[in-house]
Write a protein that binds this ligand. Structure first.
Ligand SMILES: [Zn+2]
Length: 193
């Protein structure tokens, strides 16, 4: 069963990265929705081997139900982070919270590793990002952050890059906790709840 094997390999590679950057829970639950019937059945049915089954599904039906299901509930995808902008009234990319932005980094590194196999180098995930058009669809700060981390990996290697990102996760978690506390205070202080 090619598709299931692909999912197992991918999840293993990403999980390893997540543990190393200090987000083990994100590693454990990463892409678990791929085992839900809504994603698993099309995944097996449209299995390709050399490209995503979503692409085949799109070719046949104009859109991929499996992908819509996946991006709608997996917060490590920048596609999840789109919401109506209150000024423009259009859907626009939102900046990704730190933990999910780091999970996205781990996802890309893991995917590159599985895809490139023994030819993998630390520069592959950066090159893939620079070649692709993801940046245009992301919040600019999220794109800059991702590129900076991929550059760090390409230039300094895993050991140093992962340690640095681990420290960033720690700091971001602390900052988010404080922001939540401030928000609570603000809500309590506002006249209408
Ligand atoms: Zn995913």
């Amino acid at each position: 069963m090619g598709h299931i094997l692909t999912v197992i390999r991918h999840r293993r590679a990403v999980r390893k990265n997540c543990f190393r950057v200090g987000i083990p829970w994100r590693g454990i639950v990463h892409d678990l929705s791929k085992y839900s019937p809504a994603e698993l059945i099309p995944g097996i049915r449209f299995y390709q081997g050399n490209r995503s089954p979503n692409e085949r599904e799109r070719e046949l039906f104009g859109y991929s139900k499996a992908w819509l299901h996946h991006k709608g509930r997996n917060r490590h995808h920048f596609e999840y982070w789109n919401d109506v902008n209150m000024t423009t009234h259009r859907y626009e990319p939102v900046k990704m919270p730190a933990v999910f932005a780091v999970e996205m980094f781990c996802d890309r590194v893991g995917a590159s590793k599985v895809y490139r196999g023994k030819n993998y180098t630390d520069a592959d995930p950066l090159n893939y990002f620079l070649r692709g058009n993801a940046r245009a669809k992301m919040h600019p700060e999220t794109a800059d952050e991702l590129e900076r981390r991929l550059r760090l990996l390409a230039e300094k290697g895993e050991k140093e890059a992962f340690a640095e990102i681990r420290a960033e996760v720690k700091a971001a978690r602390r900052a988010e906790k404080e922001a939540r506390r401030a928000e609570k205070k603000k809500l309590k202080g506002s006249p209408e709840k």
